[in-house]
Write a protein that binds this ligand. Structure first.
Ligand code: PLP
Length: 423
C-alpha cells in the first residue's frame, strides 16, 4: 500500500522494480483524490463489438504509413467531478463527439501515453512495463488538472482492448511485429471558463504504425537554435502533454527541410551553457570515453524535469547497470562501462568529438526504439558520430537486442506483461 501511494506521488521518486510490481499490490480505496467518487474500474467494462470489421493492412502499406489506421475497437470512459468514473465501454472505433467549447481544444487540457503491443516469437501478446506508462499518465494528469485513476485499472483496460483486437490485427504470423497503443485523457468540459475541468474523457485506441528504427545511415540530428527552447524548469516538459508537442513541429519541420531527421533539443542553463536534453520525441544517450579514459554511458539527469522520463531510457540504464557495470563481465566479454546520469553540454560533446572520444550515440524511445545517431549539426559544426558496425554501434545493437528479447518473449522477464488473448 505504501509503495502504491508513493508511486502515485511521482514516478521519478520510485525505484524501477516497484512500479513494475504495482500489479501485485492491493489497491487502496481512499487517498487518490476521488474519495467517495467512483474509481476507474476495468471490471465494469461493457462490450459492443463492431459489425463492420475492417481488413488488416500490410506492414508498410500506405494505410500504415499514414498513421491514420486504427484497429476495429476503442475503449472510452467518461469522468465527472461529481460522480467520478462511469463504466468504461469497449466499442467500434470511430469519431468522438465533443462540444466546440471543450476545454481540451482551447486550453490544451489533455495528455497521452504511447506504448506498444508486441507479438512474441512464442506466439504470445505482450506489453512492456505498462505500469510505468500508467503512472506517467497520472503525473501528466496531475500537472494538467485532469482526474486521477488506479494505475492497475488503466493497465487492465489497455490489456482488454489488446486482447480483443490483438489476435486479428497482430496475428501469430506477424511475430516480431507490434501495434502502437495510444491511451489519451482529455477535458470534454464544455465550459469556456478558464478552470479545472469538471468533465473528462479517457480513451484508448490502437494504431498500426511502421517501425522507424531500421535505417541504414543512422539519425542525423540538428541541434536546436538559441531562439527556441522545448521545455524549462518549472514548466511541463517532464510529462506527456500535447502542449509539449504542437509547438515543437516548427523546429522539427525546419530540421527535415534541411535534411535532418530530428531536432536535438538543447537547454541553455543558468551559466549560459547549452546542454543536451532529448532528441525529437525520444531520449538521447551517449557512449564516450572520459578524459581520464573511462568508458561511460551518459544521459541527461531527470532532476530539473525538463524532459520526459522515458521508459526505454530507464530500461537501458537498468539493464546496463545490471549487465555491463560492477561485477558483470561487461556483456559479450567486453569492457566494463560506467553508467552516468549527468549533464551533457554541447561544448563537452564537441571537445570529445575533436579528441576522438565519442564511441556512439543513440536516440531511445517507444517509437524510435534504439536508433543510432550518425551526425549532430551544431551551428556550423557537423559532428560525425561513429557507427562501428556500419548501420549501428556495438552498444545500440546490444541494448536493442536485450530489449527485443524481453518484448518478444525470447527472454522471460518481469517487465513483460502477458495479454490474456485466449487464442
Ligand atoms: N521524450 C519524449 C518527448 C517522448 O515523447 C518520448 C516518447 O514517448 C520519449 C522521450 C521516450 O519515452 P518512452 O521511452 O517512454 O517512449
Amino acid at each position: 500500500m505504501a509503495l502504491y501511494v508513493q508511486a502515485l506521488k511521482s514516478s521519478s521518486e520510485v525505484g524501477s522494480s516497484s512500479i513494475d510490481q504495482i500489479q501485485s499490490q492491493k489497491a487502496p480505496t481512499t487517498g487518490l483524490g476521488f474519495t467517495g467518487l467512483a474509481p476507474l474500474d476495468a471490471s465494469r467494462l461493457t462490450f459492443t463489438h463492431t459489425a463492420n470489421s475492417r481488413a488488416v493492412p500490410l506492414s508498410n502499406s500506405p494505410e500504415v504509413l499514414s498513421g491514420e489506421t486504427c484497429t476495429d475497437h476503442m475503449i472510452t470512459c467518461q469522468w465527472t467531478a461529481s460522480g467520478g468514473w462511469l463504466a468504461p465501454e469497449l466499442k467500434p472505433y470511430g469519431p468522438l463527439s465533443l462540444m466546440p467549447t471543450s476545454s481540451s481544444l482551447h486550453y490544451a487540457i489533455q495528455c497521452f501515453e504511447g506504448l506498444k503491443l508486441y507479438r512474441g516469437f512464442d506466439g504470445r501478446l505482450r506489453l512492456f512495463r505498462p505500469f510505468r506508462n500508467a503512472v506517467r499518465m497520472l503525473d501528466s494528469a496531475k500537472r494538467i488538472s485532469l482526474p486521477s485513476f488506479r494505475p492497475e485499472e488503466w493497465v487492465k483496460l489497455v490489456a482488454k482492448l489488446c486482447a480483443v483486437d490483438g489476435p486479428k490485427w497482430l496475428p501469430k504470423e506477424r511475430s516480431g511485429h507490434f501495434l502502437y497503443i495510444r491511451p489519451t485523457l482529455i477535458s470534454n468540459d464544455p465550459s469556456l471558463s478558464v478552470k479545472r475541468p469538471a468533465k473528462a474523457l479517457f480513451y484508448i485506441v490502437i494504431s498500426c504504425l511502421p517501425a522507424v528504427d531500421e535505417r541504414e545511415k543512422g539519425l542525423r540530428l540538428l541541434a536546436s537554435q538559441a531562439d527556441m527552447v522545448r521545455a524549462w524548469p518549472g514548466g511541463f516538459g517532464y510529462v506527456k502533454l500535447g502542449a509539449n508537442y504542437g509547438p515543437s513541429m516548427l523546429a522539427g519541420d525546419e530540421a527535415k527541410k534541411k535534411g535532418f531527421e530530428q531536432i536535438l533539443w538543447l537547454f541553455r542553463n543558468e551559466n549560459g551553457i547549452r546542454e543536451v536534453t532529448e532528441a525529437g520525441a525520444s531520449n538521447f544517450m551517449l557512449v564516450w570515453r572520459t578524459r581520464e579514459g573511462r568508458l561511460q554511458l551518459a544521459t541527461a539527469p531527470l532532476d530539473r524535469q525538463i524532459f520526459l522520463d522515458g521508459i526505454t531510457r530507464r530500461s537501458i540504464l537498468d539493464l546496463a547497470r545490471e549487465r555491463l557495470s560492477g561485477d558483470s563481465d561487461g556483456g559479450e566479454g567486453g569492457e566494463k562501462i560506467e553508467i552516468k546520469e549527468r549533464r551533457l553540454s554541447m561544448d563537452d560533446i564537441v571537445a570529445a568529438c575533436e579528441e576522438d572520444r565519442i564511441v556512439e550515440a543513440f536516440a531511445v524511445g517507444t517509437s524510435y526504439f534504439v536508433s543510432p545517431v550518425s551526425l549532430i549539426q551544431y551551428g556550423e559544426k557537423a559532428l560525425e558520430i561513429p557507427m562501428v558496425e556500419g548501420s549501428t554501434g556495438v552498444y545500440a545493437r546490444l541494448f536493442k537486442a536485450w530489449l527485443k528479447a524481453i518484448m518478444y518473449g525470447l527472454e522471460k522477464h518481469d517487465w513483460a506483461y502477458l495479454v490474456d488473448s485466449k487464442e
